[in-house]
Design a protein around this ligand. Structure first.
Ligand SMILES: O=C[C@H](O)COP(=O)(O)O
Length: 249
C-alpha cells in the first residue's frame, strides 16, 4: 500500500502570516505516523514556507515550473530555482494550468521531464471535464492524459511521479465526486499503471482532488485505490487541513 499523502494546494491564495500559522500548527500537530504531508504555496512564499515547515512533517511544493532551465523567459520560474528554495515536489498539469494557461499534454510532459531532471517529484494532475464525463468519455480522457506522459518516460522515471485525479467539475465547485465515482477512476488508473509494471501500480500514490473537505475526506480516503488528497480550498484553513490529515491516518 502506498504511503498516504495529503497535499495542500493554496493556488493564488494565502499570505506570509498564513505561512507562519501553518508552520506553527504543523509543528505542534500530532499527525498519524503513516502519513506524508505537503504544502504547495505560491512562488513568493516558498522561501518563508521552507523555513516555517523545517521543524514539521510537511514538505514543500510549488504549483508549476517552467519547461526551460534558464534564460529569457520573463515571469517564469525554473525547477532549479524551486530546488534552491527548498521545494521537493511540484504540481504539473493542474486543470487550471491546462484550461487557463493552455498547457496541453506536450507542455505537461515537458514540465514533468524538467521536474525529474532537477530531482523534483512531479505531482501529475489528470481530470475530465463535465462534458467529457457526461459523454461517457471520462475514463478514456484521464487514461489518455496519463499515457501522454508515462509512454514518453523511461521505466525508472515513471516510478518518481505522484498522480492526482481531479475531476474538473469537482474543483472549487463544492460538488465532490462520490467515493464510488472517484474509486472507479482510481482503479482504472491503477490497472493502467500495472500494465507498465506491477511495482508501479503497487507503489504510486494516487491522490484524489476536488472539493475534498474535513467532512468528506474520510469516506474518500477509505476507498482502496485512493491514497491521499490534493486539497485546494480546505487547505487554506489550518483546522480543516489538519482534520483531513487525521482522516488519512
Ligand atoms: O489542487 C486542488 C484541487 O484543484 C482541488 O481544489 P478544491 O479542493 O478547492 O476543489
Amino acid at each position: 500500500m502506498p504511503m498516504p499523502l495529503i497535499a495542500g494546494n493554496w493556488k493564488m491564495n494565502g499570505s506570509l502570516s498564513l505561512v507562519e500559522t501553518f508552520g506553527q500548527a504543523l509543528a505542534d500537530a500530532d499527525l498519524p505516523s503513516r502519513l506524508e504531508v505537503a504544502l504547495m504555496v505560491p512562488f513568493p512564499y516558498l522561501e518563508s514556507a521552507s523555513r516555517a515547515l523545517a521543524g514539521t512533517r510537511a514538505v514543500l511544493g510549488a504549483q508549476t515550473l517552467s519547461d526551460q532551465p534558464a534564460g529569457a523567459f520573463t515571469g517564469e520560474v525554473s525547477g532549479e530555482m524551486l530546488r534552491e528554495v527548498g521545494a521537493t515536489l511540484v504540481l504539473v498539469g493542474h486543470s487550471e494550468r491546462r484550461t487557463l494557461f493552455g498547457e496541453d499534454d506536450s507542455a505537461v510532459l515537458a514540465r514533468v521531464r524538467r521536474a525529474l531532471e532537477v530531482g523534483l517529484t512531479p505531482v501529475l494532475c489528470l481530470g475530465e471535464t463535465l462534458e467529457e464525463r457526461d459523454d461517457g468519455r471520462g475514463e478514456t480522457v484521464v487514461i489518455g492524459q496519463l499515457e501522454a506522459v508515462l509512454d514518453a518516460l523511461e521505466a525508472e522515471q515513471r516510478h518518481r511521479l505522484v498522480i492526482a485525479y481531479e475531476p474538473v467539475w469537482a474543483i472549487g465547485t463544492g460538488r465532490t465526486a462520490t467515493p464510488e465515482q472517484a474509486q472507479a477512476i482510481h482503479a482504472a488508473l491503477r490497472r493502467r499503471l500495472a500494465a507498465y509494471d506491477d511495482g508501479l501500480a503497487e507503489t504510486t500514490q494516487l491522490l484524489y482532488g476536488g472539493s475534498m473537505k474535513a467532512d468528506n475526506a474520510a469516506e474518500l480516503l477509505a476507498q482502496p485505490d485512493i491514497d491521499g488528497g490534493l486539497v485546494g480550498g480546505a487547505s487554506l484553513k489550518i483546522d480543516d487541513f489538519l482534520a483531513i490529515c487525521q482522516s488519512a491516518g
